[in-house]
Write a protein that binds this ligand. Sequence first.
Ligand SMILES: Cc1ncc(COP(=O)(O)O)c(C=O)c1O
Length: 480
Amino acid sequence: MNLKEFRKNGHEIIEWIARYYEDIEKYPVKSRVAPGETRSLLPPLPPAGGESFDSFMEDFDNIIMPGITHWQSPNFFAYFPANTSPPSVLAEMLTAALASQCMIWETSPAAAELEERMMDWLREMTGLPSYFEGVIQDSASSATLAALITAREKVTGFTSNNEGLTAAPRLRVYCSLQTHSSVEKGMGVAGLGRNNLVKVATRDDYSIDGEALKAAIDRDIAAGYTPCCVVATLGTTGTTAVDSLKEVGRICDNYGLWMHVDAALGGTALILPEMRWMIEGIEYVDSFVFNPHKWMFTNFDCSAYFVRDAATLIRTFEILPEYLKTRTRGKVNDYRDWGIPLGRRFRALKLWAVIRSYGVDKLQEMVREHIRLAHMLAGLVESENSFELMAPVLLNTVCFRYRPAGLTDDQVNSLNEKINHALNDSGKIYLTHTTLDGRYVMRMVTAQTSVTERHVLNAWKMIKEFASSLFPQDGAVDVH
Ligand SMILES: Cc1ncc(COP(=O)(O)O)c(C=O)c1O
């Protein structure tokens, strides 16, 4: 593709993207293709000769688009959002065009220093302590893995990277039953062993039970284990429960344990002063991750990882082959020493574009509105006799189920599963579920970039209609 063609195709792609956003509500939110369908439409072997970009776009429209689930649809209420926004998309194009490898300061000084400044901005925006230093990682999973490895190194006197864990004490890590699976995965990858993750019971609001945590640590010490780290969560994946950093922090402080906070979703809410109660106890925290690529309108991937002591992080990950030695070492941040991969994308650029384009005030307004929508929806759920709110609403997620009178628990579970699948198969909205104490629960997340009250009200109307059509209850459910 020469530059003349590039220019023409590029303009067309921007047109395509703008049209896609205008028309996004016309697509079925959840893709309807069957397993293997997309693959069967793709040639088994690559073309020997080059093809036109027009033919690529034609296949993109005809083969790929039907197999896309539309995360940017305002009718997407599933999982947690993976938001983007026009400034983020445009900046990502520039990142792709520069295609810089931002592994060390010298390989693109502006990328390293913009990253440094963006982490300062995020720290200020979220009210995190001024001594926190940060780095952008690809995902919360990677940041949490980095935290586990750093905690492991610290507790083994920085020997396990070199010696392995064969002579090390058996280390234990603690989290709650509601903690994201990335912690368990990280335990395996960090060599700590998935079985050494102790999942502690939660209280009625699904936050970690501090007394159960302390008891688990005491039990482990008595059994000869070495406690190493606790992971607390701000915004659990199931219900957005918030662990008390103060309660967990005091325990970590007493036992000398590393404290990591997974705020993958919840961290963005900290841009609202009224949500800063979530970080009471932050003074105990050693590391903290949140994902602008979830709720801060910055497309995947962009995960903000903060640490109290960057020297400990760097000591854990630095490695210095000859070809990476520079004259600026020690004077600048070489971010390859702050995490696992060597090569790094220029992720700070899209964050800069988003924050500058909206401004903090507008970002606050949007996040505040998402939280308001969740509370509004919770009120609607509570106003119906046949529906039940299943967890407190703190952020942007509402957990509920349909519970008509006269059904057993198993029948209620399978009815809700049926409703959830029927809603998703309709293509009109997309919800995902969790289970709480053995109960099947639908979750609706009101935090997509372009979601409005109208979308939430329409979705709620549909949920009621589908519920009452799958299990009619005379007069008990008002479907209009
Ligand atoms: C609480 C929590 N932590 C971690 C993750 C993993 O995030 P990532 O995809 O950035 O690894 C998720 C994903 O939804 C999450 O909800």
